[in-house]
Design a protein around this ligand. Structure first.
Ligand SMILES: Cc1ncc(COP(=O)(O)O)c(C=O)c1O
Length: 378
């Protein structure tokens, strides 16, 4: 086999089983995104990461933080808690740190292990919450299909939340992964405010910063006021720190105490905490990342329109679009072409979720799609 083709197939074999956010493998962990490309690795458009890397201030904070890496991170935890609380205008008691926001989702499910629970989720949505429910057969999962625009069917979900004597946990991923669609926050808030206390809400705002609707806002304040609402946020997306594992919950102090009791003590490490504080202070980085994301989305949408491939309007750093044939075949062919795209999201087996890289990455993705069109693959 030609060396290049072999390398590509090697990549495909290595990466295809691991296309879950946070689980894909990469052998050049210390390279910047551009260096990695020069080293000939695959183009990674699979895990909704920030293609710019981590903010420069966070990089410096990590290097500086190495001086104290022999110490337990109590002080840096407190400093980040205060910085996050200040950012959201809440008390530090209302903030719970997680080893990534996925740990917040895990705690959010485990909080209910002492009694029967119905878990209401959109279908498809980010899978971690149902994944954490899997070891607990007493949890009844009620998936509710998303609407035609890929957003949550709030009415359908509200219906699925009634008719049980046990408690209910509703997971709302807003904007939704994998569709990138957003639900108007006023509608979400109205449901939460009028729901009974037996209904708990876990609102995942992982992609909050990317939402293009100027009226969109976080449920941060409501979360702190209501014991039945947890909002999850992450440093993995806009702040480009997916590898550092840092997220947090905003919630009522009583609920915060219950969540914290489920976490490992000192669950976040000193370097991530230092980097997180520096990242929060770097509003320019956020603006730059959003500008690159917008440009990349425009490039991607133009290609999809050119090829007449329908897509959900995206309020995130990824786009879900139609393909021809099963997504497994499409993903394999993309991997053969040196591009990793998102894992399948049943029931949308004729769609691909592609993460937005740099504009030039999306040009390459577009070129590959054009080539696929010639071959009748899309
Ligand atoms: C909607 C959503 N929530 C949570 C996560 C987990 O992020 P973290 O890296 O903070 O654990 C992801 C990761 O892709 C996600 O898409």
């Amino acid at each position: 086999m030609e060396r290049r083709a072999f390398l590509r197939r090697g990549w495909a074999a290595l990466a295809l089983p691991a296309l879950w956010e946070g689980e894909d493998l990469f052998p050049f962990p210390f390279a910047t995104p551009r260096q990695r490309r020069q080293q000939g690795g695959p183009l990674r458009l699979s895990s909704n990461e920030n293609p710019l890397g981590i903010p420069p201030g966070a990089r410096e904070a990590i290097l500086e933080g190495l001086r104290e890496a022999n110490r337990y991170p109590g002080a840096s935890r407190q400093a980040l808690l205060e910085a996050v609380a200040g950012r959201h205008g809440v008390e530090p008691e209302a903030v719970v740190l997680g080893n990534g926001s996925t740990e917040i989702l895990q705690m959010g499910v485990q909080m209910f292990m002492d009694a029967p629970l119905r878990l209401v989720v959109a279908h498809p949505t980010y899978e971690d919450v149902t994944r954490y429910a899997e070891p607990h057969p007493s949890i009844e999962v009620r998936p509710v299909p998303v609407k035609d625009d890929g957003s949550h069917d709030l009415e359908g979900m509200a219906k699925a939340a009634v008719g049980t004597r046990g408690r209910v946990l509703v997971y709302l991923c807003n904007p939704n992964n994998p569709t990138g669609s957003v639900n108007p926050v006023g509608e979400v808030e109205a449901w939460i405010r009028q729901a009974s206390e037996a209904v708990h809400f876990l609102v995942d705002e992982a992609y909050f910063e990317f939402v293009r609707d100027p009226d969109h806002r976080s449920l941060e304040r409501l979360a702190v006021a209501l014991p039945n609402l947890v909002v999850a946020r992450t440093f993995s997306k806009i702040y480009g720190m997916a590898g550092l594992r840092l997220g947090y919950a905003l919630t009522h102090p009583d609920t915060a105490r219950r969540l914290r009791a489920l976490a490992a003590r000192q669950n976040t490490n000193h370097l991530a905490l230092q980097a997180g504080r520096a990242a929060l202070a770097d509003s320019r980085w956020v603006q730059e990342s959003l500008a690159v994301n917008q440009r990349s989305r425009e490039v991607t949408e133009a290609i999809l329109r050119e090829l007449d491939l329908e897509f959900f309007p995206s309020h995130t750093n990824f786009v879900m679009h139609r393909i021809r044939g099963p997504v497994e075949d499409f993903n394999r062919r993309m991997a053969d072409a040196g591009i990793l795209v998102g894992r399948p999201f049943p029931p949308f087996t004729d769609r691909c979720r592609v993460s937005l890289g740099l504009p030039e990455d999306m040009e390459r993705y577009g070129e590959t799609l054009r080539d696929f069109r010639k071959k009748g693959w899309v």
